[in-house]
Design a protein around this ligand. Structure first.
Ligand code: ADP
Ligand code: MG
Length: 343
């Protein structure tokens, strides 16, 4: 650095977006997460994912959702542009997965991105390439296809941090499975290097949970897990938790959703570990697929750019509720000994 103070300048929008991308786009798996969330928010009930080279070469997500108005296409790839939040109030009762209006702008700044889309009511589809691209007519069925090629091709520093294709693929497949478990009413398919890896059909029937869990995690977990369905104080927890004899040597089967949003949260992790204390053999990890449902005003998801963390208004209540609900499923006989959550 020169000794003389440098003058201050505004960052170019490309550079500003690349810096912002550092928060959201860590690797191909994070791109996939954002694209899948967008397709779910668009109301799609069919989402097809194609990946090449572990996602470093290509991630293509095609959905049959609402599509984007062609006059909004250029905006979709601009930062702070969203169709999901208009007022400050909207932020306090989020029902959409997205709300930051950052993902597409970030991804576009560090890859070759294109969006092709058509709304049901439109006569033709439209396409835009990159954040400065022109919007041109293109053929497309109702819905949207987002293509992300050559991640980090223009940010060699970031690219160096990517691992091998097979490691990146592993992360990406994890994200796919986690999101595929989040909505049973949506069908998902995943191809890697032109091979079909997983396909799950949309299911609304009463056995949807069982079917989807079996398809995504394997049937062994289904056979060895207990059903959880517990409601109290305006909260509901449902899903499955592995019995002590089916505890795992790795923490690799832990799926937790808050209002169908995939989260990784310390408070939740702590409550679930506590619930397994004295039940799990030393060195074993709990396995679970659990859905917590509560009034969206009771939880703040605007805590971290990746939206993985959440903050509960009544953290203590949630903690005790989770503890009780899981404990109840694992050891029904014990439940009378456990302090009650207000019914
Ligand atoms: P956010 O999801 O936070 O709004 P994004 O950058 O992910 O921000 O997306 C910007 C906007 O582009 C969204 O608000 C939405 O209107 C539109 N969009 C993105 N992906 C899709 C999609 N698959 N289908 C329909 N609209 C989409
Ligand atoms: Mg989004």
């Amino acid at each position: 650095m020169d000794a003389a103070p440098r003058r201050i300048r505004l960052l170019s929008s490309q550079l500003a977006n690349q810096i912002a991308a550092g928060e959201v786009v860590e690797r191909p798996a994070s791109v996939l997460k954002e694209l899948l969330e967008n397709s779910i928010d668009a109301g799609a009930d069919r989402i097809e994912v194609e990946v090449e080279k572990g996602g470093i070469g290509l991630i293509r997500v095609r959905d049959n959702g609402a599509g984007i108005h062609h006059e909004d296409l250029a905006l979709a790839v601009s930062p702070h542009a969203t169709s999901k939040v208009f007022h400050q109030n909207d932020l306090t009762r989020l029902v959409s997965l997205g709300f930051r209006g950052e993902a597409l702008a970030s991804i576009a700044s560090v890859s070759r991105l294109s969006i092709t889309t058509r709304r049901e009511a439109d006569e033709q589809g439209w396409r835009v390439e990159g954040s400065a691209g022109e919007v041109t007519p293109a053929a497309h069925p109702p819905g949207t296809t987002v293509e992300v090629r050559d991640l980090f091709f223009n940010t060699p520093g970031r690219r160096k941090f990517l691992r091998s294709e097979s490691t990146e693929w592993g992360h990406l497949e994890q994200v796919f499975r986690r999101l595929a478990l989040s909505r049973f009413e949506v069908g998902f398919s995943l191809m890697h290097n032109r091979r079909r890896i997983l396909q799950v059909r949309s299911a609304a029937a009463s056995d949807a949970l069982e079917r989807r869990i079996g398809e995504v995690t394997g049937r062994a977990f289904l056979k060895t897990s207990a059903v959880v369905d517990f409601s109290a104080a305006g909260l509901r927890l449902w899903g499955r938790v592995a019995g002590p004899e089916a505890a795992r040597s790795q923490a690799d089967l832990q799926y937790f959703y808050v209002n169908h949003r995939l989260v990784r949260d310390r408070l939740i992790g702590h409550a679930l570990r506590q619930a397994h204390r004295d039940i799990l053999p030393e060195g074993r990890h709990p396995g679970y697929v659990l859905f917590l449902e509560l009034d969206p005003t009771q939880v703040d998801v605007n805590v971290h750019p990746t939206k993985h963390e959440v903050r509960f208004r009544e953290a203590r209540l949630i903690h005790d509720f989770l503890y009780r609900a899981v404990r109840d499923a694992l050891e029904p006989d014990l439940s009378t000994l456990i302090p009650r959550v207000e019914q």
